[in-house]
Design a protein around this ligand. Structure first.
Ligand SMILES: [Zn+2]
Length: 281
């Protein structure tokens, strides 16, 4: 028994180390993916207008190599160790002294925690990998939406399909029908709300990214989780909007990203469902 426990903790620690590295990669994705999308739009617009493409140098997740955004000095391996480099350099660029956001090490620690906790709960299994990957992708989506009001298709759609596939292969404990209808209704319900809102107010309430994100949550949590996910997300959104209006940091009619609240609601439901089987009536 004791050795089994020790193995479980060892697995948790190893998974957390993997999570630390994945968290570091997630920071890169959150920073670069919206810029890649913007460059693509600019290139598409230029092509439509028969103009030369505006940006020529390669820019993707790996190019150019990691560098300080302020002094452009390329970072070396010792500058890229998750969390430790931040502490060692006291939250500054080691070359020019520009402050580095505390969000980077926090994201690394958060993802390490997600992977460690998943391994402790499920052991080193595909189920643990599936749920840890689910939560990591959601965290990335929440950060990108908070930063840029975008929910990239290149994250929401693979997340949706991964949920359906995991359900069909039995990797997660969700019947396939629950998953498929979760995806379809998740998209459909928000789309209907959007259409009605637009009809009555003439304004855009949500973006299509929100529909796709809820579809992905439905694929992982099942259609029965959708009402509670939408309820939690809406309440959170209203409370935060009221607090921001009260503090004067939000103007009337100014849009707020809805993705982060959907993400929090989805993660809460995933954890509650795992521990209490809330939707297994
Ligand atoms: Zn620098």
């Amino acid at each position: 028994m004791e050795t089994v426990l020790q193995h479980a903790y060892l697995g948790g620690v190893l998974a957390a180390l993997v999570g630390l590295q994945l968290g570091s990669f997630l920071n890169v994705v959150v920073w670069r993916l919206p810029l890649m999308m913007q460059r693509q739009w600019e290139a598409d617009c230029a092509e439509l207008q028969h103009q030369p493409s505006p940006s020529v140098e390669a820019f993707d997740l790996s190019r150019p190599a990691s560098h300080c955004p302020s002094c452009k000095t390329p970072l070396r391996a010792k500058d890229l160790i998750p969390v430790l480099s931040y502490l060692w350099l006291k939250g500054q660029c080691g070359y020019c002294g520009t402050a580095v956001s505390v969000r980077y090490p926090l994201v690394e620690l958060g993802v390490a925690l997600l992977w460690g906790a998943s391994a402790l709960h499920w052991g080193i299994t595909w189920e643990a990998v599936a749920w840890a990957g689910f939560a990591t992708t959601l965290l990335g989506l929440a950060l990108i939406d908070a930063d840029t009001m975008l929910l990239p298709d290149s994250l929401t759609l693979p997340l949706l399909w991964a949920g359906v596939l995991c359900a069909s292969l039995g990797v997660i404990q969700l019947p396939l029908l629950q998953s498929v209808w979760g995806a379809a209704l998740g998209y459909g319900v928000l789309w209907m709300v959007h259409v009605l809102f637009q009809f009555f107010t003439g304004k855009q309430g949500m973006g299509a990214g929100d529909f796709k994100l809820l579809a992905a949550l439905g694929a992982w949590l099942g259609w029965m989780a959708l009402p509670i996910v939408v309820l939690i997300a809406s309440l959170l959104g209203v409370v935060v909007a009221l607090l921001m209006r009260w503090r004067g940091s939000l103007q009337a009619g100014e849009p707020l990203p809805f993705g982060p609240y959907l993400v929090i609601a989805g993660l809460v439901c995933a954890v509650v469902d795992v521990h209490h089987g809330l939707y297994v009536f």
